[in-house]
Design a protein around this ligand. Structure first.
Ligand code: APR
Length: 242
């Protein structure tokens, strides 16, 4: 039986590992972003208040890296192709702030940690797409306030987006799959337990066993570009099993 025949409601959680082979750095692997940068200096609201230029520059650089010829890889493409052909409920939750899932064609997608190519005004609360670098002098094009624009990113200590929608999807799924995440950061790291409590089959697809390895019923290990297309029965565009 294929995945599409066996399950009716699928929730997928993706993390930095799915974008690694596209050339985007993960956080906690060797060479990961948190090796060169202290979380408390670049990824908290307190850091932004005390040194906005440094925090904004960190995200300007990451936005530029995302734009520098980075393309969706076979794992992103396989998920989008599977979603396209699956006639059950499909929900992709990503911790990633890159846009590779949507560029691959994923539709039912929640960016729980925000999006690198969006900006938010703290004064008028408008959220808008922007490819421009932010500086502490940037002016909001909606309310004209100066120095109020921040990346539309969920920093440590802030509430992730779409939690109601995600909890709802987790409570009714019969298959939960975690792809390319180390299981260090909550609430995402707790999704496997919610899905298990609700009776879902749980699968981890990762380069190596994550911190949550023992919570999954099944684990498949290797590079995402190999194991994700294989798991979903997608051998390149046009040959999905589902
Ligand atoms: N294929 C599959 N998995 C991979 C690959 C690959 N090619 N390369 C790395 N991985 C795995 C690593 O083994 C690791 O378990 O991806 C995981 C990446 O873990 P992290 O760097 O911790 O990234 P993630 O789990 O997404 O981090 C969660 O932490 O800093 C915050 O907000 C940030 O959303 C991020 C959150």
């Amino acid at each position: 039986m294929t995945i599409a025949e066996k399950y009716r409601s699928i929730v997928i959680l993706s993390g930095a590992g799915i974008s690694a082979e596209s050339g985007i750095r993960t956080f906690r692997d060797t060479g990961g972003l948190w090796e060169d940068h202290a979380i408390e200096e670049v990824a908290t609201y307190e850091a932004y208040l005390s040194n906005p230029a440094k925090v904004l520059d960190f995200y300007n650089q990451r936005r530029r890296a995302m734009r520098a010829g980075v393309q969706p890889n076979a794992a992103h493409v396989a998920l989008a192709a599977f979603e396209d052909r699956f006639d059950g409920n499909f929900c992709l939750v990503t911790q990633n702030v890159d846009d590779l899932h949507e560029r691959a064609g994923s539709r039912h997608l929640f960016h729980m940690h925000g999006e690198l190519d969006k900006v938010r005004c703290q004064k008028c609360l408008e959220v808008f797409a922007s490819g421009e670098d932010l500086t502490p002098q940037s002016i909001c094009p909606w309310c004209m306030a100066q120095g109020q624009l921040r990346p539309h990113i969920v920093w440590f200590g802030e509430m992730p987006h779409f939690m109601d929608e995600i909890e709802q999807a987790l409570s009714s799924c019969d298959l939960f799959i975690s792809i390319g995440t180390s299981g260090n950061v909550y609430p995402a790291a707790g999704f496997v337990q919610t899905a298990r409590r609700n009776g879902a089959h749980t699968v981890e697809l990762n380069l190596e066993p994550s911190l949550n390895e023992t919570l999954f019923a099944e684990g498949i290990y290797g590079p995402a570009t190999e194991i994700v297309p294989r798991y979903f029965g997608i051998d390149g565009i046009g040959s999905a099993e589902c």
